[in-house]
Ligand binder design. Structure first.
Ligand SMILES: Cc1ncc(COP(=O)(O)O)c(C=O)c1O
Length: 363
């Protein structure tokens, strides 16, 4: 059934709308629809920001200090780094700078790439991993697409929602072997994955590559709106002209400087998340009607196995009966009505979700 609630949830984390549907306060919703570090934000972040609040009243600076710190960590030059209001800013901006005519997207993947290309006025084509092939990388369709000489190819590694990653060496070979294709590699979810070192920042940095990185997921700060784009210095000046001024607030920049010092905390959270993920996975596997897809992220894309299962209907039931919000993938290209995503949370909260799933009457 086409769900009224489902139509309301294009992205995860919309607690205001969830509360409307559930008829409760947004604080009462247990939100599994996000893909964020289940351990939350590093201790000390809020206190550190409290001392900097007055900076928010000024115009943002160029972010030199933060760009230098990122450049230092990632072995890049600060001129290659553009700070933005999350990677979303660049997903929306890049088509206007590089003006694709024959773009391809590797899917199933994050929905905003397609929307961004549509808004620019171009219809993307798809290279799709398939369920009946075990969601493995679609080598044959990939090669076929490249033969069609796309001028733009966007992919996410690891991929959200399925949580698989394109092998780095194969990707580098493809990027270098196809200089007329502009590759946009979205690594927004890399640092919460089990392979944070698997980054794609080749040296020298190819001129036909853009890489997106974010603070939102790893540090669970999606409201700060902080991400960055890495490009080759060759076309950095064009990008600098195209980007709207002041999109990153001074407070977000201060947070970025603080967060880059939290490597040890981040490492510890990854270890904790891996243990909890294994525990939840084992419990999910015991549920008769649900099958998780293997993934490197602290989240599960789950398939409802019962005939007639609808992720949208499950979302609605969980929300209304249990005040639990999941992410339906019913309208997600390449997935459909059997699939939904749950982000990992604390053990107690995860157990509440597992109990609710167990108790759901599946049609
Ligand atoms: C693959 C992917 N790319 C980009 C984004 C946007 O992230 P940001 O908060 O950095 O704009 C998301 C958020 O869910 C995502 O999953």
């Amino acid at each position: 059934m086409p769900s009224k609630a489902l139509a309301l949830f294009e992205h995860g984390g919309d607690l205001e709308k969830a509360a409307q549907v559930a008829g409760c306060l947004s604080e009462e919703i247990l939100d599994f629809s996000n893909l964020l570090n289940p351990c939350g934000s590093p201790p000390g972040l809020v206190d550190a920001l409290k001392t900097k609040v007055s900076l928010s009243l000024r115009h943002p600076s160029s972010g030199k200090a933060l760009r230098e710190k990122i450049a230092d960590r990632d072995g890049l030059s600060p001129e290659q780094i553009f700070l933005g209001a999350g990677t979303t800013e660049f997903i929306r901006l890049l088509p206007w700078v590089k003006r694709p005519e024959r773009p391809f997207i590797l899917g199933p993947t994050y929905g905003d790439y397609e929307k961004s290309l549509w808004l620019f006025g171009v219809e993307p084509r798809w290279i799709m991993a398939r369920e009946d092939e075990g969601w493995v990388f679609p080598q044959e369709s990939w090669e076929k697409a490249l033969q069609e000489e796309p001028d733009w190819l966007i992919l996410s590694r690891p991929n959200n929602p399925l949580g698989q990653s394109f092998p780095r060496e194969a990707l580098l070979k493809t990027v270098l072997g196809n200089p007329d294709t502009f590759f946009v590699v979205d690594e927004t979810c890399l640092e919460i994955s089990v392979n944070p070192g698997d980054e794609f920042l080749p040296k020298p940095f190819p001129s036909n590559l853009a890489v997106l990185r974010s603070f939102s997921k790893a540090y669970a700060v999606p409201g700060l709106r902080l991400g960055y784009l890495v490009v080759s210095t060759e076309w950095a000046s064009r990008l600098a002209e195209a980007q709207a001024p002041w999109t990153v607030s001074p407070l977000a920049m201060e947070a970025g400087l603080f967060l880059l010092e939290q490597e040890k905390w981040l490492e510890e959270t990854r270890a904790k998340n891996a243990v909890e993920k294994k525990r939840v996975e084992q419990k999910l596997l015991r549920l008769r009607h649900f099958r998780p897809v293997p993934s490197v992220l602290p989240a599960f894309t789950v398939k409802g196995m019962a005939p007639g299962f609808s992720a949208g209907a499950l979302l609605e039931k969980l929300l209304v009966r249990e005040k639990i919000l999941i992410r339906s993938l019913e309208k997600h290209r390449g997935l459909g009505r059997s699939f939904f995503r749950i982000g990992l949370r604390t053990p107690k909260e995860n157990d509440r979700l597992l109990a609710a799933l167990q108790g759901m009457d599946i049609p």
